[in-house]
Design a protein around this ligand. Sequence first.
Ligand SMILES: C[S@@+](CC[C@H](N)C(=O)[O-])C[C@H]1O[C@@H](n2cnc3c(N)ncnc32)[C@H](O)[C@@H]1O
Length: 301
Amino acid sequence: MKATNRRDTRTSGEHNHESAVAHHYDTLTEEFYLGGWNPDHIHFGLFEREDRPRRGESLQESAGLARAVERMVDVVVAPAAIAAHHHVVDAGCGVGGTAIRLVRQTGCRVTGVSLSSKQLEIARRKAADTNLGHRIAFNFADCSRSLPFADNSVDAVVNIESACHYSDRERFLREVRRILKPGGRLAAMDWMTVDNLSKDQNDRFIRPLCEAWPVSGLESEGSYTGKLRDAGLRLIEFEGFDGKDEENLRIIKERLNLLLTLKLFGIPETTVQQYTALFEPLCEAWSNKVFVLGRYCAERP
Ligand SMILES: C[S@@+](CC[C@H](N)C(=O)[O-])C[C@H]1O[C@@H](n2cnc3c(N)ncnc32)[C@H](O)[C@@H]1O
């Protein structure tokens, strides 16, 4: 498939939001995400006891973090039952870690889409290094707009920690339904909030988090269930990782403390401020149990 060009019919509010998301990933991917978390994946991990980084072990050296991050992919995509003859779309594909893993594991064909040109460049390079390049393509697309795939043409859509950014998630879900073949599945994991969030909790924890990252708003299990139904998708399963994802929060808190120490070692003040401004509201929301990670699988009837 040829790289697609943006057909820009967005309102200026949407434009600003999506531009801010693209800027966030274009500027932070290499150092902050790949250098500070995982070289292939930009999402949280699902930890088993043995994955916890040992005391004194740096994040980058921690094989446990890498295992937990890959386990998250495997757990999220499992209900999509991806097979060798499938064409899979990875919506919000990051630097291609999920796409490459899926092709290696199943022999399927994957098209990853993202609005970060920096990430697409890295993803294409990684794919070229794997010898799997003929089964993988990475293209520009804005998932808040129309997806560049024909009706009924895709066997599965994977969507990991990406939809929380979209200014129009309802449209994204309708687009997913349009491109999926009947019986095709959407396997997703997202930043979410609890059902029945109070206004006070929203003002204190969720709004600052959304402004910092930049996230357009968080769905909950209840709101996702309604939006999937309205888009014509049938919810197969939903799992909140409440409690199973605590190790991520512990690592972020450690990271926050480390930043303050690094300041003493000459890391530029602006970098420390920028990273701290991201971590603090996330830690606050997560510690106060209004932020949750959740996954779901839905099917096009
Ligand atoms: C947290 S990263 C997750 C990346 C990847 N799914 C992973 O797990 O490694 C969020 C991704 O969503 C993409 N994204 C955010 N908003 C988007 C949009 N409106 N259209 C397309 N991609 C978007 C970003 O460019 C980035 O690749």
